[in-house]
Each structure stands twice: as C-alpha cells, then as structure tokens.
Design a protein around this ligand. Structure first.
Ligand code: SAM
Length: 351
C-alpha cells in the first residue's frame, strides 16, 4: 500500500473527517492492502468502545404494502407480483413476546409506507410495546412522515428511527426514485428526527445503479454533516420484478471498505452488518463485524410472511424460525470471537 493512503487512513482516525478530495483519493485507490489496513484500524476503534459485544435487534417486518415506487425495491407499489400482507397489533406483540424470550431488547418495526397504519395505530402499538416491555427500545423504520407524526411517535415512546437517505447526490437520487420523491424531503426528515431527540440512522445501498465514487463521497460527507447515531449500509441486490432487475449487485469488498471508513468517521456509531451482506456472501455478516460493524438484526417476523418481504432476490433466512435465526447468529458471532448481548444496545456517547 502506498504510504500516502496509509497516512490518509491515520488522518481519518485522528480527525474523524477527510476533505472531499481526500475521500475520493481513498475510494478510487482501493485495493486489498488498503482494505486490510482500514479494517485493522476500524476494528481497533470499535473494540475500544464496544469491546467484542455485538448488539442485536429483533426485526419485525410488519407490512409490505408501500405507496412509493422506488425503482430498486421489490415491494414497490408497481410490483403486481408482490403478495401483500399486514400484521395486526396482536401479531406484532406476539413477535415481541417471542423476541423477548430469545433475549432481544430492541424491536425494529420496519415496513413499506403503508397509510393503513395511521399515526394513532402506530402510537398505540408503540405504547403497548413500551408498557409490556419497559426495558426494551423501539426503533421505527417506516419512511417519510410529517414532523408532527415523528413527534407523536417519539412522545408515544419510540427511541430510534432508521431512514436511509439512499444517496446524497440529487442527480443519483432522481435515477433511483420517481419524480414525486426528493432528496431534499429525505434530508429534512432526518434533520427533524434528530432535532426531536431520536437516535437517528441514515444510510445507503452500496453499488446501486448509477452510483459513482463521487456520489459515495457525497454520502460520506452527508454522514459527516448529519452525525447520526446509526448508519445502515448494505449492498444493492437486484429484484426480478423491478426496473433494475438486470443490474449488477453491489460488492462485498466495497461494502466492507465503507463500513470501515464509517467506523473511523463516527467511532461510536451503531453500524449493522446487514442481511443483504449475508445474502451476497455466506460469511458476509461475519466479515461486516470484522470490518467495524457492531449490530446484527435477526428476523422476528412470522415465518408465513418472511418470503413476502422481499426487497431483493435470494434474501437469506426466509425459512427459519426466530429462535433458529438467533442461534445461528450467536454461533456465527462466537465463531469470530464476538458475543451477542442481551441489552437495549444504545448508542454510547463517550465524548
Ligand atoms: N419504507 C421504509 C423506508 O423507506 O425507509 C423502510 C423500508 S425500506 C424497504 C428499507 C430499505 O431497504 C431501504 O432504505 C433500501 O435502502 C433497502 N432496499 C430496498 N431495496 C433494496 C435492494 N434491491 N437491495 C438492497 N437494499 C434494498
């Protein structure tokens, strides 16, 4: 590896930021040696804050109805082949019950943007979960809402909100979304969520169609600016019933590279090693943790709806019961010298 790149990585670790030109240089000169050095530094930083703990979140995919038509997503409105489902409040609570017994202390309610779930219903679900499981955190991942709705969910007890910005380049955003969606709205939502007091997560797909090193630099600069508590990144994977059916998937290497950069940029960040990473490579989630990630999100959704929440082709773990997923994850993490914790797994603010 050229000394110059090593110096850039050291600078990133010390300053927690790099300029646009420096980030571009780091990205455009990537190779196995640079990746190995980045991972070594990122793992050291992550270990200094979180040790070998890996936080778990129980993911409940409660609806695959969506009013949006994102070109990359398998549950987009126009996909007539998607078999739609919704979970009732009781079904969601059943998932929490199973999850609590398995040691989950964070429940992530994720879904398409589905107007069936009114603010009142979402608030009622949050309040009930928080009453029955006061020692648990609730994370929402239900898309773009008004500031008032976000405030109402927060007041009802929601702790965290995941809303990937998808890409921080306007031009790229418009190639991934129809014209009724905009990056500006997405960013406004993220800043509103942060102001309200949520632990906030942004993020993007790695290797999405039309992504360039320049657009990734824009993503990293946006992450520097937002300074979120969580960042969700995973490879783009095509879905057969979308306009991007024949596009190439994102790579394991670039995803690992970016996980390490993000860990150095935001040392305390909650960084998932995603299911998409496990889908493109059998040891993808282990590799993600070793690159600096510290969160995994096994699936708690009922087995009869798993296959219906198909954002991309060949998604893993669609046939396993929640307990199997949890055990599988525990074994995977122990296999690389890490352990799953039974805790809410909050953001550690050490500064
Ligand atoms: N509707 C909510 C939202 O928009 O934030 C949450 C659900 S949405 C399906 C969750 C995430 O899935 C998106 O932010 C996107 O990054 C990811 N996703 C969708 N399609 C994907 C694909 N084909 N490959 C990889 N990730 C995908």
């Amino acid at each position: 590896m050229k000394n110059k790149l090593a110096r850039l990585i050291d600078k990133l670790e010390i300053n927690r930021s790099l300029s646009k030109a420096e980030l571009l240089e780091l990205l455009s000169n990537r190779n196995d040696d640079v990746l190995a050095y980045l991972q070594e530094r990122a793992e050291k930083v992550r270990q200094s804050i979180y040790g070998t703990d890996v936080y778990t979140r129980g993911l409940i995919e409660f609806t695959n109805h969506c009013k949006n038509d994102c070109f990359y997503c398998g549950i987009r409105r126009s996909n007539k082949n998607a078999e739609r489902y919704r979970l009732s409040k009781e079904h969601i609570l059943d998932c929490c019950k199973t999850g609590y017994g398995l040691g989950f202390r964070t429940f992530v309610l994720q879904g398409g943007e589905d107007p069936y779930y009114t603010d009142e219903l979402i608030c009622d679900i949050i309040k009930t979960i928080k009453t029955v499981y006061p020692d648990c955190a609730v994370t929402l991942s239900i898309g773009e809402k008004s500031r008032e709705s976000y405030q109402a969910f927060y007041d009802a007890g929601a702790d965290r909100y995941l809303l990937r910005h998808e890409t921080a380049s306007d031009e790229h955003y418009n190639k991934l979304h129809p014209s009724n969606m905009s990056l500006q709205t997405r960013k406004q939502c993220l800043f509103a969520l942060k102001e309200i007091g949520y632990q906030v997560g942004c993020g993007f797909m790695v290797g999405s169609p039309y992504q360039t090193d320049e657009s990734i630099v824009a993503d990293l600069l946006f992450i520097q600016e937002l300074n979120p508590h969580m960042v969700g990144i995973g490879p783009f994977i095509p879905h057969k019933d979308t306009p991007f059916a024949h596009e190439r998937a994102g790579s394991l290497e670039l995803t690992l590279y970016l996980l390490s950069i993000i860990r150095l940029m935001l040392p305390e960040v909650l960084l998932p090693s995603t299911t998409a990473l496990g889908t493109i490579s059998p040891k993808g989630r282990e590799r993600g943790i070793l690159a600096g990630a510290n969160v995994v999100m096994p699936n708690l959704s009922p087995i009869n709806v798993r296959e219906k929440y198909t954002l991309y082709d060949n998604k893993i773990c669609t046939g396993d019961e929640a307990a199997e997923c949890r055990m599988c994850m525990q074994n995977r993490m122990e296999g690389i010298g890490y352990s799953l914790t039974v805790s809410r797994g909050d953001y550690k603010n050490i500064n």
